[in-house]
Design a binder for this molecule. Structure first.
Ligand code: TNX
Length: 473
């Protein structure tokens, strides 16, 4: 019997065809057993399992229990579901929360299967990136993305908050950013931006789902929009018009001026003060107007600014080779630049790598050559390409212990609506989440499970791409 679990759990010990009806009382018992030590898992159980309740279910005779077992691997859990007793154990609250996500998939079509499984993620960092700078998606859409990510047991949402086309987060000491730099997008639309109150609410919403938000302000390139508001931070000090094209690499802040660094300090101070997670992302990709030496000098100073504000930092891979603060994360995205030094950097510095290879993990790439949405500079990525890869093998000579995670990236040069967003994200996000979780590879089972998820996306009104690699209904 194949369960429609995505990501697939590490091991399934027993399973047979029996299912026990799920009643509202069962959901209550599970939520009550979780409440004392895993309140967020308890709330998720009430929110998510109720739809699996079968109306004509008999009086409950099932003993439901949930307990903490710190001897399990971090974020790990077991589910032992027999007709007379259901037991959930979890290493920690996150494990209990992921157990509830798995259970929600198992019961969604009614009934609890008889199964024993144990599960834990391979990678501690399992993310999705959403670019709200090119095209603005507001809090309501971002919450739906968080729910989707959490349902596939991802624990990080990276928000790309600034780029040449727009600035999307309130910075109180720099009020012109949200007056002059956010009122447009790549499509000539009206853009938008998050207030700090929005940002706090989103972080809380995410944390309630064991998802941490990593905010990104991209520096020193991808900064045209900021220079529209504050021309004095640009290399030439000239006034600029808003940019709505899709070129990359043409903008940079002034590399050394006091005005430009005061701006950077204001922005980093705000991010550090208002971010609940340990990490902020400060970009560092595609500064194509700089020499390598200029770039490295800049990134070393930028790392020091982050450290001075007491926050850990993520940079795009180009920063590999600069002297960076301890525990800096480097996000690998392309083989198109020099990568030969990265293994040495991993071995000699206290840095970690997150795998976002453009040819596997980029949700903005087309599925097929004639697909109407998306770009194709990295690859055409159908669902099997997104599923069948290994993060360590995909990265250039970086020791396995330096690879801490996987992140799927959705850049928004081409999407124009939430439907476009989900069209690019589904079904590839579940595939990349399976890689991040480290599920045992079983393409056949994955395709069967995806078909089931496709029925659910239809029911939930989520538009998705009907890849010819899956037998959808
Ligand atoms: C490269 S990936 C970029 C982005 C673009 C993306 C489009 C990366 C770090 N930079 O600025 O949006 O390609 O696929």
């Amino acid at each position: 019997m194949t369960l429609p679990l995505i990501p697939a759990p590490q091991t399934i010990a027993t399973t047979d065809a029996t299912t026990t009806p799920l009643t509202a009382a069962h959901v209550d018992s599970l939520a009550a057993a979780l409440e004392p030590w895993a309140p967020r898992a308890s709330a998720a159980a009430r929110r998510l399992l109720t739809r699996g309740v079968t109306a004509d279910a008999p009086t409950p005779t099932v003993v439901v229990d949930a307990r903490l077992d710190p001897s399990l691997a971090a974020e790990g859990y077991t589910l032992d579901l027999a007709p007379e007793a259901w037991t959930l154990t979890a290493a920690d609250e996150a494990g209990a929360f992921w157990a509830v996500q798995s259970l929600a998939q198992m019961v969604r079509d009614g009934g609890v299967p008889a199964v024993t499984l144990s599960d834990a993620p391979t990678y501690p960092v399992r993310g999705m990136m959403l670019d709200i700078a090119r095209f603005y998606f507001g809090p309501a859409d971002i919450r739906r993305v968080i729910d989707l990510a959490a349902s596939y047991r991802l624990n990080q949402l990276h928000l790309h908050l600034s780029d040449d086309q727009g600035w999307r987060l309130e910075i109180p000491s720099r009020p012109l950013l949200t007056k002059l730099s956010s009122a447009q997008d790549v499509a000539g639309g009206e853009g938008g931006s998050l207030t700090l109150a929005d940002y706090h609410e989103l972080q809380q919403y995410a944390l309630d789902r064991h998802v941490v938000i990593v905010p990104e302000v991209d520096l020193p390139g991808h900064t045209h929009a900021a220079q529209v508001a504050y021309p004095e931070i640009s290399p030439d000090g000239q006034e600029r018009e808003p940019y709505t094209g899709t070129e990359v690499g043409f903008s940079s802040l002034h590399l050394t001026s006091d005005e430009a660094w005061a701006f950077v300090d204001d922005v980093v101070a705000t991010l550090a003060e208002h971010t609940l997670g340990e990490y902020i992302h400060l970009g560092g990709d595609e500064s194509l107007t700089l020499t390598r030496e200029q770039y490295v000098t800049y990134m070393e100073r930028l790392g020091a600014v982050a450290a001075a504000h007491g926050t850990k930092v993520v940079f795009w891979q180009e920063a590999a080779g600069a002297a960076l603060p301890p525990q800096t994360r480097l996000q690998y995205w392309t083989s198109q630049f020099e990568t030969g030094h990265m293994g040495k950097v991993a071995r000699e510095q206290d840095v970690q790598f997150v795998a976002s290879p453009g040819n596997r993990a980029y949700l903005d790439q087309k599925y097929t050559a004639d697909f109407p949405l998306g770009l194709d500079w990295a690859a055409l990525i159908d669902v099997e390409d997104a599923y069948d890869w290994d993060p360590v093998a995909e990265l250039p000579d970086i020791p396995a212990e330096s690879v801490v995670g996987v992140e799927a990236c959705l850049w928004t040069e081409t999407p124009r609506s939430f439907d476009d967003l989900t069209m690019l994200t589904l079904p590839r996000l579940p595939a990349i989440a399976s890689v991040a979780w480290g599920s045992p590879k079983d393409l056949g089972a994955f395709r069967t499970a995806l078909a089931q998820h496709g029925r659910w996306w239809d029911e939930d009104g989520l538009v998705f791409y009907r890849s010819t690699q899956v037998d959808w209904d």
